[in-house]
Design a binder for this molecule. Sequence first.
Ligand SMILES: *Cc1c(COP(=O)(O)O)cnc(C)c1O
Length: 383
Amino acid sequence: MLKRYLLAPGPTTVPSEVLLSMAAPIIHHRSPDFIPVLDSAKKGLQWLYQTKNDVLILSSSGTGGMVGAVNNFFNKGDRVLVINGGKFGERWTKICQAYGLKVEEIIVEWGYTVKPEIVKERLKKNQGIKGVFVQASETSTGVYHDIKTLASIIKEYGDTLFIVDAISALVAHDLRTDVWGIDIMVGGSQKGLMLPPGIAFVSVSEKAWAKEKTSKLPKFYFNFKKERENLARNQTNFTSPVTLIIGLNESLKMLKDEGLKNVFKRHHKLADATRKAVQALGLELYSKESPSNSVTAIMTPTGIDGQEVYKNLRKKYGITAAGGQDKARGKIFRIAHLGYTDKFDIIIAIAGIEMVLKEMGFKIKLGTGVAVAQELLMASEDI
Ligand SMILES: *Cc1c(COP(=O)(O)O)cnc(C)c1O
């Protein structure tokens, strides 16, 4: 028997409580039965997003939310700034270009975080930028971008929207939509929210809704104005993903029971223990600064292929982590501590890494990283 452990940065493990809630019979999305279900999900998402803004619920993977964040607020030829520090930053560029926007990029070396002064300078020099796009957590490199500081810079520009892909950061990082001034923030179900893949969330500020009025890009499936009107009466524009929304209410309930502050604290502690444990093994983090609390990207020792580490973890020990993407392929592997994870998930991950690396010929004293993680997590009665 090979027991499976899902420690990838999405999809993540779905708790039994959520799975069971989703076993309920389907109700009709236009019937009165569904009204309180969507109402509760809508309010719960506003709580999680720390916002009074509408948080739209879309039937799509996270990328659908990213597409909607572009085609509902901009026009062909609009100049926008994309902070591109990895695979997902690149995705913003591709989506914007697909809709005919003029993209200017700030290329950030993989493993590093964007320097806010660079964004400040670019906006000052380059008037007329209609939107700034960034990831909160760049999942491909395990780096967190400083959303609070970036928001404070962009706020100075009344005509510029700040759009954040928080698909992997939501739940793991404290993102204060209203206090900081994030205009559009995209989330997804299969990461921190402990749900199966299939729904995306997008919060939209009043500043962004004003822009929506002037956007002439084609829209049909992702039509945010229609979604907003439907949301006001606890509906979605098309057939609602009823089962996933029922599950969402359960996962939001679990997060509420834990408390938002504790949720962030848990993610921070698990991430910190993971980082220190792998460093104790003599491994280096791929994120040279501002490591994310959602996922840890670890460099493989010289002579060892990261993809092989990932494959061996899965094949021999049932641990599904992640490899590297594009230029990081073969050089790194990634362990997520996102959503339904606790101290023993970290112990399992570190133990697995030790065993696999030892088998692959890397000099390791078994238990070194595990002991570091145990010490750090043992003291945490609160998680
Ligand atoms: C997972 C992820 C996405 C893509 O989400 P899909 O659900 O696969 O469309 C986008 N951005 C980030 C930062 C992610 O981690």
